[in-house]
Design a protein around this ligand. Sequence first.
Ligand SMILES: [Cu+2]
Length: 134
Amino acid sequence: MSRWKTVAALAVLALGLSAEAQAPIDWNTAQPLTLRLSSFKFEPSDVILQHGVPYDLHFENASSGSHDFAAKAFFGQARIKPEDQAKIRDDRIELGGGETVHVHLVAPSPGSFKVRCTHFMHSAFGMTGRIVVQ
Ligand SMILES: [Cu+2]
């Protein structure tokens, strides 16, 4: 008898969790935020986001050379709009000279996430930053 109560309780819990995980997001309310890349920095270098808030991130490459925005832990945990997922490959957004890419996502659980450009020597020249989710 109590075993069935446990099973029932787990089923209710599982339903509750999946309902939360699939709650619809109103992407129209996404807050725009510009993240600028140039040789050799990210502006701002520290990005502050609020947990659970949807953002419309504008990644702008202001230089003529290419850069990328690599944030493995952040992209791995953020909830990314399905239409924008293909813009992120191997947890990186590649931007050619002068290119802009928009990515909609919901900030993950609070924490500090490292950002860097993976192009040869760029992080050594200063292309590092972090995303802090509050
Ligand atoms: Cu770079």
